[in-house]
Design a protein around this ligand. Structure first.
Ligand code: GTP
Ligand code: SPV
Ligand code: MN
Length: 613
């Protein structure tokens, strides 16, 4: 075993000295633990970006795409087993297991630090350690936070440059004493061992053992062994959700897995919507929606994460803490999401998509017909007869948000939320849209979301699982406490609280076809939501929430039959009673910490379902 006198670095807050000295001391201690050959400080400048990009191309870690077809864009191919988040290797190391709750993997923080010491000791030998100070939200903004990621991956530095705010102003803010979250990432593949034996690098370095570790109390993240986005871009899920959700609990705000949009009606009224859908369930698509309804428009604010804070005006204000997109490529095409297609026309890093013979990219759904020949995401020759997907189902694009043509001009400002929407992938039961009659029922809706698994994390695709608030993999503390926190925030907001809705674009008919066309047609559902917010349309009571009067849902021009519409809103008492039974089982997992009001909501639901049966 390697014994290192520099025990895993303490939380930066405990390092004495001025803020800049404390940062330097922390960096020095990470370096003395991980033993990189060089330490490079990054600020995201165009020169630095160009230099790192060229270096990655020279090392064979990025493939430059044809500059005519896809200017300033690159393809990365990951190791075949490093393609998604690893929930089974993601640990919450709060002092007590109770604080992590039953949905997180808990490890004792001291025991974990000892394990990390061994893993990170010398883990950067032969590599460069990059120090990346970043801001989530505009530097100095009222809802913003700072962080520093130390990483031995230049791919991570480039990706962070697109998805967060890097720059000298971050260091200035740190110097001025603004607190920051410390995050450390290593691909876990040193190029030299302690004895000096060298090994050659590979196109996508990673390790067999992976650890994605959150220390909520000391606001730290340590990630080892993976280069994949959610595991390695530590500003994103690790900080902006897992750590930030704990900060939000402690400080009275919310960090959520939500897109943010501004919807404007033909009369010019703006509605701000925050919507939580599980991974790969349509956030990026809804965030870039081009409404099929004349006169309506959508501006993109965020596609994955929202930080929400009650304002002095009694409303819930939100920002997108990110500055870029790390979006799902498959299924993104000119017919489903033309705004995304335009966004990624240049200046984009693609990971695990297929390469065309003329130096461009392709994935399932980009065009109706695949090219006759491709190099697939594994680097192998591919033809339509291959029988395998050319792009990995969780292939992604990384691009700065300022390339998005529908981006809101005032994206740096916070917006007051009018509607909160929860959704999931459900082929049965859950109606196209329903409104929660009260805030408590809305929180219950969010808490009881279940969804069919997607390729965004390891596991069996299609399997139904609970994903409360779409935060199952991302809540840094006990999920039941998260629900109580939402109830408290609602109480604080009172009449200023947003309306709450549930949507489901994925309900299927008996033949397994989607009942709802989805994508830009989802604007029809947003219209109903907006009309409900302004009190312009009535709703029909049902055991599972307030449903549209079908006459109020604009389906003009849609090839949808009355029978299909009925099926989209059908509430089958028997299957819903079974759903209630499973919900009760799920809530019981929280051992009495699930909010008491949920029992009342569930009882009411059951009574209404029995009455309807
Ligand atoms: P993460 O980035 O993993 O958090 O995912 P996301 O929620 O942003 O998912 P995204 O919008 O990228 O969608 C993922 C998949 O869902 C894509 O393959 C889309 O084509 C598909 N999808 C999105 N919206 C719809 C819809 O309205 N209907 C149907 N049927 N599929 C959709
Ligand atoms: C998700 O899985 O929800 C994503 C991609 O948005 S990742 O950043 O990898 O978590
Ligand atoms: Mn996500």
């Amino acid at each position: 075993m390697i014994t290192n006198p520099n025990h895993t670095t303490p939380a930066p807050a405990t390092v004495p000295g001025s803020p800049r000295v404390a940062l330097e001391a922390w960096v020095a201690r990470v370096a003395s633990l991980t033993c990189p050959d060089a330490v490079v400080r990054c600020d995201g400048s165009p020169d630095e970006t160009a230099r790192l990009t060229q270096q990655l191309v020279d090392e064979g870690k990025l493939i430059a795409l044809d500059p005519e077809r896809r200017p300033n864009s690159y393809l990365a191919r990951s190791a075949p087993d490093d393609v998604a988040r690893v929930e089974g290797r993601t640990f919450t190391c709060s002092r007590t297991p109770e604080d992590a709750g039953p949905t997180n993997l808990w490890r004792d923080p001291d025991a974990m630090r000892a394990e990390l010491d061994d893993l990170f000791a010398g883990s950067m030998r032969g590599r460069t350690m990059y120090v990346v100070p970043f801001s989530m939200g505009p530097v100095g903004g009222p809802i913003s936070q700072l962080g520093v990621e130390v990483t031995d991956s230049a791919y991570v530095v480039l990706s962070m440059g697109k998805t967060t705010r890097l720059g000298p102003e971050v260091l200035r803010a740190i110097g001025a004493g603004v607190p920051w979250v410390a995050t450390v990432h290593s691909v876990g593949m040193p190029l030299r061992d302690a004895a000096g034996t060298e090994r050659s690098d590979v196109a996508w370095p990673c390790a067999e053992t992976r650890y994605i570790v959150q220390f909520p109390e000391t606001r730290e993240v340590w990630s080892y062994g993976s280069g994949y986005g959610g595991n390695a871009l530590l500003a994103k899920k690790c900080f902006a959700l897992r750590i930030a959700s704990v900060m939000g609990r402690d400080e009275g705000w919310l960090a959520e897995h939500m897109l943010l949009i501004r919807l404007t009606s033909p009369e010019g009224r703006a509605f701000h919507v925050a919507a939580a859908f599980p991974s790969a369930c349509g956030k990026t698509n809804l965030a870039m929606l081009q409404p099929a309804l004349p006169g309506w428009s959508v501006e993109t604010i965020g596609d994955d994460i929202a930080w929400l804070r009650p304002g002095s005006d009694g409303r819930l204000h939100a920002i997108n803490p990110e500055a870029g997109l790390f979006g799902v490529a498959p299924g993104t095409g000119a017919d489903t999401n033309p705004v995304a297609v335009e966004t990624i026309a240049a200046d984009t890093i693609f990971t695990n998509v297929a390469l065309t013979d003329d130096g461009d990219v392709w994935w399932e759904g980009l065009t109706p017909e695949p090219p006759a020949h491709l190099v697939d995401w594994t680097g192998a020759d591919w033809t339509p007869a291959s029988g395998t997907p050319a792009a990995h189902p969780n292939a992604r694009f990384t691009v700065a948000l300022d390339r998005c043509p529908s981006l809101a001009a005032d994206v740096d400002a916070s917006v007051p939320i009018d509607a909160v929407v929860f959704g999931g992938r459900r082929s049965t039961n859950v109606p196209l849209v329903a409104q929660a009659p009260t805030w408590a029922e809305g929180v219950f809706m969010g808490a009881t979301v279940s969804s069919e698994r997607t390729a965004a994390a390891e596991g069996t695709v299609g399997e139904l699982r609970r994903d409360p608030f779409a935060m199952l993999p991302f809540c840094g503390y006990d999920m039941a406490e998260h629900w109580s926190h939402w109830l408290d925030i609602g109480e604080q907001l009172g009449a200023g609280a947003p309306a709450v809705f549930q949507v489901n674009w994925f309900r299927k008919d008996q033949d397994g076809s989607f009942l709802w066309p989805g994508f830009r047609e989802n604007a029809r559902v947003l219209e109903w939501i907006a009309r409900r917010v302004e009190g312009a349309v009535p709703a029909v009571e049902s055991p599972v929430g307030l449903l549209p009067d079908v006459a109020d849902l604009d389906v003009r021009g849609l090839a949808i039959s009355d029978a299909q519409l009925d099926a989209l809103f059908a509430v089958d008492p028997d299957s819903w009673l079974e759903e209630c039974r499973r919900t009760e089982e799920f809530l019981d997992e929280f051992g009495g910490r699930s909010p008491a009001v949920f029992t009342a909501v569930l009882d009411e639901r059951r009574a209404a379902l029995h009455a309807a049966a």
